[in-house]
Design a binder for this molecule. Structure first.
Ligand code: BG6
Length: 468
């Protein structure tokens, strides 16, 4: 352990949520519908109308975040709470809610970190083409400008779009909209291109008009292992790592399509149409930092070139479905999985941090990392989530090693600050340091209860991450 770097004194020990998963406050608040309200979700899963009722209980929640010792809280703003139609008329109650939340955080010395868009596109924009339309680019820019104008003096860190790669590669991941069936891969890549442009416009807006603020993308980022030392497996792992992660980061950070990812799209006739003006917009500016959501790694073998690639599945249910000619999922005998089959790989976090830093040389904020589990409220009123403590313990150890390796890591915002609706398993699968007493079928009393991991993280923050 000799020679280990310590966490910087201003390290942002934080935690994360997203608007639609935690807020509720859907009815009677002036909020417009978002695509989330239109999606069909798995049967029996909680809807998002009340969620964790953070909309009404944010003061109590911020007081708990303060007690937890958070230095930062990363949350998203629901676009349709501000602009019910995505653009145009403002919902004053929405502005008031976020103003109060930000003021409450600032008062408690918790740095607010805002995600502008976390999966919940206003439905009014969806109806006019959503991200397929270039009008959504200007709507996003206007929405960002409106918020920055209000909050730039109180909020330094702004994340643009949460997990653009998940939305594009796994369009059904957050549910399906019966009115808008799946679109082609080319159309998805065109949407992705528009998101890149919208993001670049916001980088520019912030640098020109709000120079005191910092902006970054928030891509789901990981590393891929080759299944064996066969060189063909190494190529397959590199293929998938590029198509899935670094192809997205390359546009978001360096403003150019990664040659391999571009070639992949061109070969399949699924590349977006881009103009020379688009290219200049993308290349004009770099972000100030990179936010990454890291959950697990994946292990990849050479494709067998037939449909068996598609059905081959490894532990990680989130990202693994192979593609003939490109890659095939493989199991990793060295790694365990969560009760929900997600690969747990703390060392993979160190590797991912190294890769992102060496490629882009920008400060990194971990904007999500966490363990979903069926936590149980015991009869003694406690939640013994020791598995989560050990998950965090191991990941934070690796973060420290990554800092020692030379990575500039500025903060850690695990998922999630408080229990919320998980995208597929509702309240059956929980992530928070704070338990919310409800389940998918009953709202119960929505009481907040500190889990064992709450006390552990509180102590860790007090010691500025000194894990030993
Ligand atoms: C991330 C998303 O990909 O994964 C979150 O940004 C999501 O919104 C988290 O909740 C965990 O996934 P899930 O499906 O377990 O909720």
């Amino acid at each position: 352990q000799q020679g280990l770097a310590t966490f910087p004194p201003d390290f942002l020990w934080g935690a994360s949520t997203s608007a639609y998963q935690v807020e509720g406050g859907v009815e009677g608040t002036g909020k417009g519908r978002s695509i989330i309200d239109a999606l069909t979700h798995p049967e029996g899963m909680a809807d998002f109308n009340v969620a964790s009722d953070h909309y009404n209980r944010f003061k109590e929640d911020v007081a708990l975040f303060k007690e937890l010792g958070l230095k930062a809280y990363r949350f998203s703003i629901a676009w349709s709470r501000i602009f019910p139609d995505g653009i145009g008329e403002v919902n004053p109650k929405g502005v008031e809610f976020y103003r109060n939340l930000i003021d409450e955080l600032v008062k408690n010395e918790i740095e607010p970190i805002i995600t502008l868009y976390h999966f919940d596109l206003p439905y009014a924009l969806q109806k006019i083409g959503g991200w397929s339309s270039r009008e959504t680019i200007s709507a996003f820019e206007a929405y960002a400008d409106f918020l920055l104008n209000l909050f730039s003096s109180k909020v330094t860190y702004w994340l643009t779009i949460n997990e653009q790669n998940t939305m594009i590669l796994h369009p059904g991941a957050i549910g399906t909209d019966p009115d808008y069936p799946m679109i082609s891969k080319q159309a998805l890549n065109q949407q992705s291109h528009h998101m890149f442009l919208a993001q670049a416009k916001v980088y520019q807006l912030i640098h020109q008009k709000y120079p005191m603020c910092k902006v970054g993308p928030a891509i789901n980022t990981t590393s891929m292992y080759q299944a064996t030392s066969r060189p063909e497996d190494a190529i397959a792992a590199h293929n998938w790592e590029t198509i899935r992660c670094y192809g997205f980061l390359e546009v978001a950070v360096n403003g150019r399509y990664h040659p391999l990812a571009w070639r992949y799209m061109v070969d399949r006739e699924i590349a977006p149409i881009i103009t020379s003006e688009d290219e200049s917009i993308l290349q004009a500016i770099r972000p100030d930092f990179i936010a990454i959501n890291y959950y697990s790694t994946a292990t990849i073998a050479e494709s067998k070139g037939d449909s068996s690639d598609i059905s081959a599945r490894a532990g990680d249910q989130q990202i693994m479905l192979g593609e003939p000619g490109v890659y095939r999922a493989a199991d990793n005998p060295f790694l365990d999985t969560t009760p929900y089959g997600w690969v747990v790989d703390p060392v993979g976090l160190r590797l991912t941090l190294r890769k992102v830093y060496e490629r882009y040389n920008l400060p990194i904020l971990i904007s999500e990392n966490g363990m979903g589990a069926p936590d149980k409220l015991e009869t003694d009123g406690r939640i013994y989530d020791f598995y989560r403590i050990s998950f965090y313990h191991e990941h934070i150890k690796q973060m420290q090693l990554a800092i020692t390796d030379g990575v500039k890591l500025i903060g850690y915002c695990p998922w999630s600050a408080i229990d919320l609706v998980s995208t597929h398993q509702g309240y059956a699968k929980r992530y928070g340091f704070i338990y919310v007493n409800r389940d998918d079928n009953s709202l119960k009393d929505l009481r907040r209860i500190k889990k064992e991991s709450f006390f552990w993280y509180q102590n860790l923050i007090r010691k500025n991450g000194d894990i030993n």
